[in-house]
Design a protein around this ligand. Sequence first.
Ligand code: GRF
Length: 327
Amino acid sequence: MRLLVFASGRGSNFEAIVEASKKNYLHSQVIGLLCDKECPAMEIAKKNSIPVSIIKPKDYQDKSIYIKTLLDVIKRYKPDYIILAGYMRILPAELIDEYPLKVINIHPSLLPQFPGKDSIAKAWDSGVKITGVTVHYVNDRMDAGPIIAQEFLKISDNMKKSSGLEKLENKIHKIEHRIYPASIKKLTEEPFDTLVVSKCLTGVNCRYDGGSKLSKRVKTFIKNFNGKIVDICPELEAGFDVPRPTTDIINGKAMMKGVGDITEKLENACNKIISRLSGSKKILAILKEKSPSCGVRSPKGIFASCVEKTLNVEKGSGVFIVSEEDL
Ligand code: GRF
């Protein structure tokens, strides 16, 4: 796989990825480094004969020209994944539209705690007893995409006594340099073989209100997905055609207006769908957050909880469930 790394700073994570690739731990190549300013990471690239591109947003008065330039440069590298390694900027929505679930980031806290800058110091100052590192997919909001991996680190009372913040930073970076290459390895070498996707996100008119919503990012992801695609709508599968009354989750039960409790019907439909996934090893499910049947809203949608019960998997192992809103 072709990895394009983005960095703005010291580049120690970039270096860890380059080393992992050189040692053949990663069977992927770092094909370029893209920076938003001159920074020490560029020296590491030069030492390793990795091409560098610098795109400084402040050089562009017109934001749309900046975005177009950025996208054109990225396209030339033909990356399979874009890896953020200390890139201190929120990416434009247009970039995520082109590369949905193909951009990942590492963050030195247990997200959603302490997003943004200076997270290690923020965790330290807050007095939390546990902090850590998060690897996540990137969307166009700050440190907010679906979480891929987290590692916890206890802040011990001992650490508190003796010049602790610096020690904590070192420990956090040590974890980062191990889990970032490991997460990239898993993503690139054990790809999802099956994509489960809510029918309404593919443009099928299956929603309770008869409307359909075609998500641009889901559409792009489907176009590039290399594997089996299973589109689902538990309501349709349960025999409720469109247009149909709204269903709401009330006290954990799926209540259809004017019809009543349809939980069991939806569960049966979900289990039928799940039985079609039996040959799949690694499943990605992109669901509609606001759908009570397939979605992942709170309390969880029926499909998500049937997956958990039936396949007995945790998020991050055999089935990775994300909501369209988080892409
Ligand atoms: C790391 O702590 C990373 O988690 C965060 O920015 C820092 C970059 O450090 N996103 P480096 O430039 O990789 O040394």
